[in-house]
Design a binder for this molecule. Structure first.
Ligand SMILES: *[C@@H]1O[C@H](CO)[C@@H](O)[C@H](O)[C@H]1NC(C)=O
Ligand SMILES: *[C@@H]1O[C@H](CO)[C@@H](O)[C@H](O)[C@H]1NC(C)=O
Ligand SMILES: [Zn+2]
Length: 439
């Protein structure tokens, strides 16, 4: 506790300078009692500013402003829980911004919508001096030294890649560094914890062969696998197959609140074996299982998870602007010091809290980068999902034409045309057909 040491030496110098012991005693009391638990929390967070695993400001920008950044001043945004001023007040140094698009876009325009959300986060983080776009652990550390807020980009829901590994790779190129395998809908290759949508139902196949290929490709790229929102079976299968540590970017303890979005103890144990991280979600519904909660309920999750797998496996993923109700005293991103204060009151050590605030995430991200480096000689996967697994009429399949069939078709249609008027049309048809046969 260096700050206390400073106070003690300040008190000592007062001792030496003061005329009488009574005055010295008075000064000492003032100093010690003036240094509250709140100050301790804030000091600690200044030294170890928070890496927050999940934030949905970009979703709110779409809903409220149709992504027109020019309409808002990100320093102070109304009707949301996140803006630059409050991130600074809350000592948030790195924010994983979710580029979430709703499950209704699956099999439709999920890829376009995700690109648009990436665009708005990239604009936020390049047009504002307070932000910096980050894609590596080193970037996060550099931003911290420059007193900037680092932005990480995370996809929420595997439906965003439309079952395409090339699309996954291109998202990586745009700066995406994590992806949760599902949101509230199953994908053709992974299972959601939610039964909200009845798409891609499956039995005993929570992670298909293609799903395993997605995990391996994410390992190869250096993209963090996020298990928040997946079913427990899917999470277990991923933990068996991932070479790199994984995260739950915004989930809490199922033992403390038995919500399907939370993580049971047996799964926490497997997460620990993987050296992964659970970043505790603050949404009231996941914290107290009710619409109201307070900071004690949140701290109960931290205490419980620490008992089961240790502070070295815990982080914070607030879920601000993604969920609707938050605990009293933790209503927006400026309130994080209240949580740290509560954990200090519960005898969490400063080392444990430094881990929770940032060091654990940096370690996991670093290990993900190491696995990427280890796999650097591996070629990009050319596995395609089987068409029957996607069952999507919107999916075009482009391939070389079968010339025998084409010639037969041409003969039939030229007989039907009875003359030269149809020839230019036929020629165009032949030209196009020789490029692609579109089904
Ligand atoms: C799924 O697996 C469980 C146990 O692993 C087994 O009892 C059940 O019969 C299986 N169901 C199907 C449809 O294969
Ligand atoms: C939080 O709420 C519970 C009741 O649900 C109460 O017992 C507890 O004292 C509250 N804690 C704080 C810090 O307000
Ligand atoms: Zn979510």
């Amino acid at each position: 506790m260096p700050s206390r040491k400073i106070l003690t030496s300040a008190s000592l110098s007062i001792w030496m300078l003061s005329p009488g012991p009574l005055l010295v005693f008075f000064s000492l009391c003032l100093c010690v009692s003036g240094y509250s638990e709140r100050d301790r929390a804030v000091d600690l967070m200044s030294k170890y500013p928070l890496v927050d695993g999940h934030n949905d400001l970009a979703l709110q920008l779409r809903i409220l402003h149709n992504n027109r950044l020019s309409q808002v001043d990100l320093h102070k945004v109304s009707k949301v829980a996140t803006d630059i001023n409050r991130l600074k007040e809350g000592h948030v140094q790195t924010q994983m911004f979710s580029v979430y698009v709703m499950c209704g876009a699956q099999q439709k325009d999920a890829v376009r919508l995700t690109l648009e959300q990436i665009d708005v986060v990239r604009r936020m983080c390049t047009e504002y001096q307070d932000f910096e776009l980050a894609t590596t652990v080193q970037d996060l550390k550099n931003s911290e030294m420059r007193r900037k807020i680092a932005c990480l980009i995370g996809i929420e829901g595997g439906h965003s890649i439309d079952s395409s590994l090339p699309a996954l790779r291109m998202f990586y190129q745009l700066g995406v560094r994590s992806m949760s395998l599902t949101h509230t809908c199953n994908t053709p290759w992974a299972e959601s914890s939610s039964k909200l949508y009845d798409v891609f139902q499956r039995q005993n196949n929570s992670l298909t062969d293609f799903g395993k290929e997605v995990v391996h490709e994410m390992n190869r790229l250096g993209m963090i696998v996020d298990l928040s929102h997946t079913s427990w079976d899917t999470a277990r299968a991923v933990l068996k197959h991932s070479e790199a540590p994984v995260i739950f970017s915004h989930s809490s303890s199922y033992t403390v609140c038995n919500h399907e979005r939370n993580v049971p103890d047996w799964l926490l144990e497997e997460l620990k074996n993987n050296r992964g991280l659970i970043m505790v979600n603050l949404h009231s519904k996941f914290v107290s299982c009710r619409d109201e909660a307070n900071v004690s309920h949140v701290a109960d999750h931290f205490d419980h998870i620490k008992r089961v797998i240790g502070a070295e496996s815990i982080g914070i993923g607030g879920d601000f602007d993604g969920a609707v109700s938050f605990p009293q005293g933790l209503e927006d991103v400026s309130k994080y010091p209240a949580l740290i204060q509560e954990l200090l009151n519960r005898n969490w050590t400063e080392g444990e809290l430094a881990d929770v605030l940032r060091r654990n995430f940096l370690r996991v991200f670093e290990e993900v980068e190491k696995v990427r480096d280890k796999l650097s000689s591996k070629h990009p996967s050319e596995v395609h999902i089987a068409l029957e697994e996607v069952q999507n009429p919107c999916r075009l399949v482009l391939r070389r034409p079968d010339h025998k069939i084409l010639t037969a078709e041409l003969k039939t249609s030229s007989r039907a045309e009875h003359g030269s008027a149809g020839l230019p049309i036929l020629a165009t048809f032949f030209l196009l057909s020789s490029l692609f046969l579109i089904e």
